[in-house]
Design a protein around this ligand. Structure first.
Ligand SMILES: [Zn+2]
Length: 224
Protein backbone atom coordinates (compact mmCIF):
# COMPACT_ATOMS: atom_id res chain seq x y z
CA UNK A 1 0.00 0.00 0.00
CA UNK A 2 1.74 3.15 -1.14
CA UNK A 3 0.90 6.70 -0.24
CA UNK A 4 -0.94 7.07 -3.52
CA UNK A 5 -3.34 4.25 -2.66
CA UNK A 6 -3.97 5.68 0.80
CA UNK A 7 -4.75 9.11 -0.63
CA UNK A 8 -7.06 7.58 -3.18
CA UNK A 9 -8.85 5.59 -0.49
CA UNK A 10 -9.35 8.75 1.58
CA UNK A 11 -10.74 10.61 -1.41
CA UNK A 12 -13.10 7.74 -2.19
CA UNK A 13 -14.12 7.67 1.46
CA UNK A 14 -14.93 11.38 1.37
CA UNK A 15 -16.85 11.05 -1.85
CA UNK A 16 -18.85 8.20 -0.34
CA UNK A 17 -20.45 10.88 1.84
CA UNK A 18 -22.44 11.98 -1.20
CA UNK A 19 -24.11 8.61 -1.66
CA UNK A 20 -27.03 9.26 0.70
CA UNK A 21 -30.40 8.74 -1.05
CA UNK A 22 -28.66 8.21 -4.36
CA UNK A 23 -28.87 5.27 -6.75
CA UNK A 24 -25.79 5.22 -8.94
CA UNK A 25 -24.53 2.61 -11.40
CA UNK A 26 -21.10 1.43 -10.24
CA UNK A 27 -19.34 2.24 -13.50
CA UNK A 28 -20.00 6.00 -13.18
CA UNK A 29 -20.07 6.22 -9.37
CA UNK A 30 -16.86 8.23 -8.91
CA UNK A 31 -17.85 10.72 -11.61
CA UNK A 32 -21.28 11.21 -10.03
CA UNK A 33 -19.72 11.76 -6.58
CA UNK A 34 -17.32 14.31 -8.08
CA UNK A 35 -20.26 16.25 -9.56
CA UNK A 36 -22.38 15.90 -6.40
CA UNK A 37 -19.54 17.26 -4.25
CA UNK A 38 -20.27 20.69 -5.79
CA UNK A 39 -23.89 20.63 -4.60
CA UNK A 40 -24.01 20.27 -0.82
CA UNK A 41 -27.70 21.34 -1.01
CA UNK A 42 -28.49 18.04 -2.71
CA UNK A 43 -26.83 15.89 -0.03
CA UNK A 44 -30.18 14.45 1.13
CA UNK A 45 -32.11 14.74 -2.12
CA UNK A 46 -33.26 11.43 -3.56
CA UNK A 47 -31.73 11.11 -7.02
CA UNK A 48 -31.59 8.01 -9.20
CA UNK A 49 -28.98 7.92 -11.94
CA UNK A 50 -30.33 5.52 -14.52
CA UNK A 51 -28.94 4.19 -17.79
CA UNK A 52 -31.79 4.50 -20.25
CA UNK A 53 -32.26 3.65 -23.90
CA UNK A 54 -35.22 6.02 -24.04
CA UNK A 55 -33.23 9.18 -24.72
CA UNK A 56 -33.45 9.97 -28.39
CA UNK A 57 -32.05 13.44 -28.84
CA UNK A 58 -29.96 13.92 -25.74
CA UNK A 59 -27.20 12.24 -23.79
CA UNK A 60 -28.59 13.00 -20.31
CA UNK A 61 -31.87 14.33 -18.96
CA UNK A 62 -33.01 15.30 -15.45
CA UNK A 63 -36.66 15.00 -14.51
CA UNK A 64 -38.78 14.74 -11.39
CA UNK A 65 -40.57 11.42 -10.82
CA UNK A 66 -44.12 12.64 -11.39
CA UNK A 67 -45.76 10.37 -8.80
CA UNK A 68 -43.56 11.79 -6.04
CA UNK A 69 -44.47 15.42 -6.76
CA UNK A 70 -47.77 15.03 -4.92
CA UNK A 71 -46.01 14.03 -1.72
CA UNK A 72 -44.25 16.39 0.64
CA UNK A 73 -41.19 18.17 -0.75
CA UNK A 74 -38.61 16.04 1.04
CA UNK A 75 -40.05 12.87 -0.51
CA UNK A 76 -39.53 14.03 -4.06
CA UNK A 77 -37.47 11.77 -6.28
CA UNK A 78 -35.58 12.88 -9.35
CA UNK A 79 -34.21 10.77 -12.18
CA UNK A 80 -31.16 11.60 -14.21
CA UNK A 81 -31.45 9.46 -17.32
CA UNK A 82 -28.18 8.70 -19.02
CA UNK A 83 -27.73 7.20 -22.46
CA UNK A 84 -25.49 4.13 -22.07
CA UNK A 85 -23.79 4.91 -25.36
CA UNK A 86 -22.46 7.97 -27.06
CA UNK A 87 -23.46 7.88 -30.70
CA UNK A 88 -21.30 9.51 -33.29
CA UNK A 89 -22.05 9.68 -36.99
CA UNK A 90 -19.53 6.93 -37.75
CA UNK A 91 -19.19 5.05 -34.49
CA UNK A 92 -20.68 4.33 -31.12
CA UNK A 93 -18.94 4.08 -27.76
CA UNK A 94 -19.92 3.36 -24.16
CA UNK A 95 -20.70 6.60 -22.35
CA UNK A 96 -18.15 5.99 -19.59
CA UNK A 97 -15.35 6.00 -22.18
CA UNK A 98 -15.80 9.75 -22.62
CA UNK A 99 -13.21 12.00 -20.92
CA UNK A 100 -13.91 12.26 -17.18
CA UNK A 101 -14.15 16.05 -17.11
CA UNK A 102 -16.68 16.00 -19.92
CA UNK A 103 -18.94 13.57 -18.03
CA UNK A 104 -18.57 15.42 -14.72
CA UNK A 105 -19.55 18.64 -16.53
CA UNK A 106 -22.54 16.91 -18.09
CA UNK A 107 -23.67 15.57 -14.70
CA UNK A 108 -23.08 19.00 -13.14
CA UNK A 109 -25.43 20.54 -15.71
CA UNK A 110 -28.15 17.97 -14.93
CA UNK A 111 -27.75 18.60 -11.19
CA UNK A 112 -28.23 22.30 -12.01
CA UNK A 113 -31.67 21.37 -13.40
CA UNK A 114 -32.47 19.57 -10.14
CA UNK A 115 -31.49 22.68 -8.15
CA UNK A 116 -33.96 24.58 -10.33
CA UNK A 117 -36.72 21.97 -9.75
CA UNK A 118 -36.04 21.98 -6.01
CA UNK A 119 -37.00 25.65 -5.81
CA UNK A 120 -40.32 25.02 -7.48
CA UNK A 121 -43.67 24.01 -6.06
CA UNK A 122 -45.70 21.23 -7.65
CA UNK A 123 -47.36 23.81 -9.92
CA UNK A 124 -44.03 25.41 -10.66
CA UNK A 125 -42.72 22.07 -11.87
CA UNK A 126 -45.89 21.48 -13.92
CA UNK A 127 -45.54 24.92 -15.50
CA UNK A 128 -41.90 24.21 -16.21
CA UNK A 129 -42.81 20.99 -18.02
CA UNK A 130 -45.48 22.67 -20.08
CA UNK A 131 -43.41 25.70 -21.05
CA UNK A 132 -40.36 23.57 -21.78
CA UNK A 133 -42.50 21.64 -24.19
CA UNK A 134 -44.16 24.70 -25.74
CA UNK A 135 -41.47 27.32 -25.94
CA UNK A 136 -37.99 27.17 -27.47
CA UNK A 137 -37.18 30.40 -25.73
CA UNK A 138 -38.08 28.87 -22.38
CA UNK A 139 -35.89 25.85 -23.09
CA UNK A 140 -32.99 28.19 -23.74
CA UNK A 141 -33.57 29.98 -20.45
CA UNK A 142 -33.96 26.77 -18.45
CA UNK A 143 -30.73 25.40 -19.95
CA UNK A 144 -28.89 28.59 -19.08
CA UNK A 145 -30.18 28.41 -15.51
CA UNK A 146 -28.78 24.87 -15.19
CA UNK A 147 -25.41 25.98 -16.59
CA UNK A 148 -25.37 29.03 -14.32
CA UNK A 149 -26.00 26.87 -11.25
CA UNK A 150 -23.07 24.65 -12.20
CA UNK A 151 -20.76 27.59 -12.88
CA UNK A 152 -21.79 29.22 -9.60
CA UNK A 153 -20.95 25.99 -7.79
CA UNK A 154 -17.37 26.09 -9.10
CA UNK A 155 -17.89 23.75 -12.05
CA UNK A 156 -16.96 26.18 -14.84
CA UNK A 157 -13.95 24.21 -16.05
CA UNK A 158 -16.02 21.01 -16.30
CA UNK A 159 -18.89 22.76 -18.09
CA UNK A 160 -16.35 24.23 -20.50
CA UNK A 161 -14.85 20.79 -21.14
CA UNK A 162 -18.31 19.47 -21.96
CA UNK A 163 -19.15 22.34 -24.30
CA UNK A 164 -15.81 22.20 -26.06
CA UNK A 165 -16.10 18.46 -26.42
CA UNK A 166 -19.51 18.76 -28.06
CA UNK A 167 -18.85 21.80 -30.23
CA UNK A 168 -15.41 20.63 -31.30
CA UNK A 169 -16.36 17.03 -32.01
CA UNK A 170 -16.13 16.59 -35.74
CA UNK A 171 -18.00 13.30 -35.63
CA UNK A 172 -21.12 14.65 -33.95
CA UNK A 173 -24.01 15.55 -36.23
CA UNK A 174 -24.02 19.23 -37.12
CA UNK A 175 -27.70 19.30 -36.15
CA UNK A 176 -26.89 18.31 -32.56
CA UNK A 177 -24.02 20.80 -32.39
CA UNK A 178 -26.28 23.58 -33.67
CA UNK A 179 -28.85 22.71 -31.01
CA UNK A 180 -26.24 22.91 -28.25
CA UNK A 181 -24.83 26.18 -29.58
CA UNK A 182 -28.33 27.67 -29.78
CA UNK A 183 -29.72 26.61 -26.42
CA UNK A 184 -26.83 26.56 -23.97
CA UNK A 185 -24.29 29.01 -22.69
CA UNK A 186 -21.44 29.20 -25.18
CA UNK A 187 -17.87 28.68 -23.95
CA UNK A 188 -17.44 32.46 -24.24
CA UNK A 189 -20.56 33.03 -22.12
CA UNK A 190 -19.15 30.73 -19.46
CA UNK A 191 -15.81 32.54 -19.35
CA UNK A 192 -17.68 35.82 -19.04
CA UNK A 193 -19.93 34.44 -16.31
CA UNK A 194 -16.92 33.23 -14.33
CA UNK A 195 -15.19 36.60 -14.48
CA UNK A 196 -18.48 38.27 -13.51
CA UNK A 197 -18.83 35.85 -10.58
CA UNK A 198 -15.26 36.46 -9.45
CA UNK A 199 -16.03 40.15 -9.03
CA UNK A 200 -19.10 39.48 -6.92
CA UNK A 201 -19.59 38.72 -3.25
CA UNK A 202 -21.56 35.64 -2.18
CA UNK A 203 -24.92 37.47 -1.61
CA UNK A 204 -24.51 39.14 -5.01
CA UNK A 205 -23.88 35.76 -6.62
CA UNK A 206 -27.04 34.35 -5.09
CA UNK A 207 -28.92 37.39 -6.37
CA UNK A 208 -27.58 36.91 -9.88
CA UNK A 209 -28.72 33.32 -9.79
CA UNK A 210 -32.14 34.27 -8.41
CA UNK A 211 -32.50 36.74 -11.31
CA UNK A 212 -31.69 34.03 -13.87
CA UNK A 213 -34.18 31.67 -12.22
CA UNK A 214 -36.90 34.34 -12.02
CA UNK A 215 -36.31 35.18 -15.67
CA UNK A 216 -36.80 31.57 -16.64
CA UNK A 217 -39.90 31.26 -14.47
CA UNK A 218 -41.49 34.47 -15.78
CA UNK A 219 -41.20 33.54 -19.44
CA UNK A 220 -44.63 32.80 -20.75
CA UNK A 221 -45.15 30.64 -23.82
CA UNK A 222 -43.33 32.98 -26.16
CA UNK A 223 -42.59 30.60 -28.93
CA UNK A 224 -39.99 31.41 -31.51
ZN1 LIG B 1 -30.18 20.67 -19.69
Amino acid sequence: MGIYTDTETTINGQLQAFSKNKEIPKVIEQLVFAALSHYPELAHTHIRFIFSQKLKKSVMAARPVVGTLLQSRNKRVYDILISPVFKLTQSIEPIHHLPKDVLIGWLGHELGHIMDYEQRTLWGVAKFGLLYWLSKRYVRKAERVADTFAVNRGMASYILSTKEFILGHSELSSRYKEKIARLYLSPDDIVELVSEMEKKTQPEKEELLADETALAQSTQGEDN
